[in-house]
Structures are given as C-alpha cells and as structure tokens.
Design a protein. Structure first.
Length: 508
C-alpha cells in the first residue's frame, strides 16, 4: 500500500496532468492526419520527456500513444482514409454511417469504444505484467539472449510481406547496436576514433536522434513525393448527433468483451500488433451478430457494431502491448518499441528489476496510462465538430513544422556542446534519409529499431552465457527455456515463409 501511495505521489502534480493532456491532444491530431503515426509522435516528444520528471515524461509518452491510436479513426470515418493501418477495419462501416448522416454517432462510438478498450486492457496490464516479470527470475544470460532473438524475429516476421527484408533490417539494427563500446571491457570498437580523438560517435548511435530520424525526418521526405499529386479531400461537415444510444451500446456487451479479450491477448504477443486484432475482432463480431436473432446489425452494413468492435480491440492492444514491454523489455508493436527506447533514455530498464526495485514508478505508469485514456476520451468527444478543419491542413504546411520539430529536439538535448549538437542533427538527418530509402523500397523500419534496442542485450547476454559455459555453448542447449525460444523462432520463420509462399501461389 505504501508503494502505491508513493506512486500516487509521483503523479499527483498539476504538471503531470497538463503534460498528459497536451500529449493526448497532440496524439489525437497526429493520429487524425494520415501519414503521421503514434510511433512518430512518441519519437518526436522523447526530447521533451527527457527534460521532465520521470513519471511526468512517461505520462506524456503514453498520452501521445493513446491519443494517436484513437485519433486514427477520425479520417477513417470522415474520409474513408485510415490514419494508420490499425483503423482500416473501422473504415467501411464508418464511411457508410457518414454517408447516412450519422458521422457524429460513428465518431462518438469510436471514442467510447476506445476508452473501453484502453481502460479494460489496463486492468489486464496491472494484474499480469508483475506475474510475467516474476517469471523472468528463471532467466539467466542464455535465456535472455534467446528471448532477445525471439523479439527481433517476431517483429521482423510481421513487419512486411517479405520476411527476408524484415530479418535484414533486424540485422542492420544489430549492427547499429554494436557501434558503441565493448559491453564487457568498455574498449572502443571504432578504429578511427582513436586517431581523431574521442567523438560522440564513440559511444554509439544516439537513441533519440536515431528514432526521430527514422520516424520523423523520413516521413517528411516520403511526403515530398506526394506534393505533386492532386489533393482531393471531400470532408463531411454534417456531424449530427454525437452520442450513440446507450441502449444500443449495452446490447453490444458480447462484442465489447470479445473485442477486449482479442485486443489485449494479441497486443500481449510480441510483434503481432493491432492490425491483426482489429480484423479478428470484426470477424468475431460478425459471428456474434449472426447468432443474435436480428437484435444486432451485421458489420459491413454501416452500423455501430462495425465501428465498435475494431475500435475496442485497437485500443485494447495498447494495454496488452505494454505487458511484455514492461515485464520483458520486448515490445508488442513498433510504437512500444520506440516507447521502450524512450524509457531506456530516461534511465528505466524494463524487466523484473523494475517491478522489484521501483514499484512506485510502476504504479505511476499505470496511473498516467489511466489519466491519458481519460484525457483522450474527453478531448476527442469535445473536438468532434473541429476535426474536419484539422483534416484540411495542407501537407505543405504540416511537413516543414514536423521537420523543424525533428531537428529541434535532438539539438536541444546536446545542451551547450556544439559538436554534440552537430552530431545529433547529423544522426537524425542520416537516419531520416536511410528511413526514406527503406520506405521507398518497402523495407520495414520497426526491425531496425528493435535490433538497435535488443542488440546490446543480445550481445552482452550471449557473451556472458558463453563465458559461464567455459567458452562453450552448453548453456543454450541444456536450458529448456532456451530450447522453447529457439523452437519458437523456427516455427515463426517457417510459418511466415509458408504463408508468403502460399500467398504468391494464389496471386500467380
């Protein structure tokens, strides 16, 4: 109880509430603008979070995360253009409701569903993340090494149609992770550093600059390609009634619980993400409606059921994805991959040590997530009639602002050191160009981030395991947990290869 009270003390400041409110509003705007994502939003506010108290900074990051996930439903409903792939499943019914003059009810349903999904999944997060963290007590260096391998393989496997590209990008992330000093001896591993003297590059890539470059700067370069294309946005201005009938919402209780369970479970499986959960929940809702004897409308006909099911699941993924992120240090999706990087930048290492040594901070994370979901719901409902104006913002105006913010953050972190500031800006620019080339050639970025985050853990634990094994790999093939993770990696790669091969045969 004393630890919970201490956690409340970390959050019970006006500044925490204000920053959470700001993050939720910013996240909604980012989610509502097609092309801007939760992942990019988290990356952009990392420099700000670094300047705040730890609990407040985490609250800001979580608020942007929740707001952006929810905000993606706005263009999906009003324009038929999902803010991110996770909102695709709600697009059909949302657009049909808009054409029927029920855009307000569709937007209102999306907000209520988002709050139910976000708050419901947080209950699972509170109960299950400490249990999962306790399991890691059985993990030695070999187990942690193979766990890192599972994380990178999973997200590489689901980050695109070509698993080879995903694995290559994961390997590139590992290379970036190895640029720093030797984790065992601390010796420099870049030869030219010794000649030129110690430079900022001697400590490896700066995480903040790298994340902002890969997600912020690269998006600006990607949007430059679209400037010459005609912009044709027909925005619905007839919002109508906002709140859907409460009787209708209560009648969908089976859909709500099934979507909540699916979203949380899928989110808790590292690397799966909301794109899978929203379609699974929509399919489950269709089955429930089919057996409801006409009491519920079938998704796909322009009904609340078709909006509610995917939006509950979409936001339930946020809490579910934080379970492996906080307890294992393995992200559930690309957004939580950046979030883990942000936590590490703020001096927080996920895992059992976090739960055993700093429970007040864990409670503060739970509380700020609750606050973020509440602000997200309030702001999105309050701004329903303002959203059409947000969607009219030209990319020609928006992208320069994003670029300025992308460069301002890393430079501010350098403080008074000009050389470090130039290094941070150069890193952001180079990574932005690299991210643009990856996107242009359909190479996924998420595995690079995962490789960068997990690479150091993989190398350090691998070398420790070999050292404890007397210079052999005995620790890896004598541990049942290692065998489980190795078999899991093989099964994942095999299943994805077979799935891709079957897809190519069907498309031939």
């Amino acid at each position: 109880m004393s630890e919970f009270i201490a956690g409340v003390g970390l959050v019970a400041h006006l500044s925490t509430f204000l920053w959470c409110a700001f993050g939720a509003a910013l996240g909604i705007v980012l989610g509502a603008l097609p092309g801007l994502t939760a992942t990019m939003g988290i990356a952009l506010v990392i420099p700000i979070s670094y300047q705040l108290d730890t609990a407040t900074g985490i609250g800001l990051l979580l608020a942007v995360y929740c707001g952006a996930v929810c905000g993606a439903s706005i263009p999906a409903i009003l324009l038929g253009i999902p803010g991110n792939p996770n909102a695709i499943a709600a697009t059909e019914d949302g657009q049909l409701m808009t054409k029927k003059g029920m855009a307000g009810q569709a937007l209102g349903a999306a907000v209520i569903a988002s709050m139910i999904g976000g708050l419901g999944s947080e209950i699972f997060l509170i109960f299950f993340s400490p249990l999962v963290a306790k399991m890691t007590l059985a993990f030695g260096p070999a187990e942690k090494c193979t766990l890192a391998l599972v994380g990178i393989v999973i997200i590489a496997a689901v980050s695109g149609d070509d698993i080879l590209k995903g694995l290559l990008m994961g390997a590139l992330g590992f290379v970036f992770a190895f640029l720093g000093p030797d984790p065992m001896s601390g010796a420099l591993r870049i030869p030219f550093v010794s000649v030129l003297g110690k430079t900022p590059f001697a400590n490896g890539l700066d995480m903040t600059s790298t994340l902002i470059g890969l997600y912020g700067v690269s998006q600006v370069f990607s949007e430059l390609d679209n400037f010459r294309k005609p912009q044709n946005k027909e925005i619905c201005t007839n919002i109508g009634k906002i709140f859907p009938p409460m009787k209708k919402i209560l009648s969908m209780w089976k859909i709500i619980f099934s979507s909540l369970g699916i979203g949380t479970l899928i989110g808790a499986i590292p690397g799966t993400g909301a794109s899978i959960a929203v379609f699974m929940s929509r399919n489950a809702a269709s089955n429930i409606c089919e057996h409801s004897k006409g009491k519920l409308d079938m998704p796909g006909t322009g009904c609340l059921e078709g909006v509610f099911a995917p939006e509950v699941a979409n936001n339930a993924v946020t809490g579910g994805a934080l379970i492996p992120a906080l307890s294992l240090g393995i992200p559930g999706d690309s957004a939580t991959a950046v979030l883990i990087g942000a936590l590490m930048i703020n001096g927080i290492t996920p895992g059992f040590a976090l739960f055993s040594q700093n429970m007040p901070l864990v409670y503060s994370i739970f509380l700020t997530l609750l606050i973020s979901n509440i602000f997200m719901g309030v702001f999105q409902l309050a701004g329903v009639r303002f959203y059409p104006k947000i969607l009219l913002i030209s990319q020609r105006v928006l992208m320069p602002v994003v670029l300025i913010l992308s460069f301002l953050g890393p430079y501010a972190l350098a403080g008074s050191s000009v050389s470090k500031g130039v290094y941070f800006l150069g890193t952001a620019l180079v990574m932005g160009l690299a991210g643009y080339v990856m996107k242009k050639n359909k190479y996924p970025i998420a595995p690079v981030v995962l490789g960068l985050i997990l690479g150091k853990m993989f190398e350090e634990q691998f070398r420790r395991a070999v050292k404890l094994g007397g210079g052999t790999f005995s620790r890896f093939y004598t541990s049942p947990i290692c065998w489980f993770f190795i078999i899991l990696v093989v099964c994942i790669v095999t299943s994805v290869v077979l799935k891709n091969r079957k897809s190519r045969v069907n498309n031939a």
